[in-house]
Design a protein. Sequence first.
Length: 133
Amino acid sequence: MEEIQEKTKYCKYCGKQIVEDAVMCVHCGRQVEILKSDNSSSAQPNVIINNTNTNTNTNTNVNRNDGYGRYGREKNKWVALLLCIFLGFLGGHKFYEGKIGMGILYLFTVGLFGIGVFIDFISLLFKPNPYYV
């Protein structure tokens, strides 16, 4: 039988003979060589991050001429306040704002028995002019 001679080296920690391309000593278990990576350089791999924002705003609600503003239909504070004072018990200011259901409720309950008109008057007083509904 023909025996293949392997090249050997000595472990730098325990001094026993080990295979030349061994990384760990089979006798003492210590690492005798630095682990080689597949890459020729030991630097981190290059990572390319592409964070280009190509989104565009397609909001068509802002610049239309149909009365809708940024948040809805634009209303004049002073018109709504006068309607609340003189026709609040009939829901005049609610109809002006386009809230037909609330206007009908105010009409049949006489402005929510006056309490709703009072609360609406105070809230309209502190709204900006114009306000959006």
